[in-house]
Design a protein around this ligand. Sequence first.
Ligand SMILES: C[S@@+](CC[C@H](N)C(=O)[O-])C[C@H]1O[C@@H](n2cnc3c(N)ncnc32)[C@H](O)[C@@H]1O
Length: 188
Amino acid sequence: MPLPKTVAFVHILLAGHVAPGARVIDATMGKGYDTVQLARLVGETGHVYAFDIQSEALSATAARLTSENLRSRATLIQDSHTRMRDYILAPVSAVVFNLGYLPGADKSCATQAGHTLVAVQSALALLEPGGLLLIAIYWGHPAGVKEKETLESFVARLSPETYRVLRYEFINRYRPAPYLLAIERFVD
Ligand SMILES: C[S@@+](CC[C@H](N)C(=O)[O-])C[C@H]1O[C@@H](n2cnc3c(N)ncnc32)[C@H](O)[C@@H]1O
């Protein structure tokens, strides 16, 4: 098998981790590609909670879900992922972040280091034992370098007793190339 690109690897990991009936979060819904993938995996008995601050993201994602006959499997929330714990109270088995800006939309709506860090901390608090947190990092925008440095320093200090942290990156690509941070919470 050829080495998968970042987003393809995200989807491979999700497929191996998210079972029918799971509750999961898409923290950066965008055009809904990850939301649809998650909605397929959770089946009819699971649920996806997806966040974005832009109304265009909600309409694009709703349309994509509807066209795949998956609309009832996802709740689309127009709010910042920093507030995910106001909406989701019970543990989840996976959380996905796809950082940066929505292609073709307002670049000033790109994710920001401070907000992303708060949201990642909230996501970890919601992650059930055995759960997976995936962060695809696109850092070729003005706030991207600060965001990746903030996240790297945070995840590198997570307790090795509780979490396993993977960095998946093609290190000889022209920079800035996207890469993945994957955090798995150990089963207690
Ligand atoms: C790279 S795009 C996500 C792509 C998406 N996963 C897809 O499948 O199309 C990043 C998204 O994060 C959103 N975003 C930025 N700041 C946010 C925040 N504080 N809370 C939630 N979403 C945010 C942007 O509006 C943008 O749609």
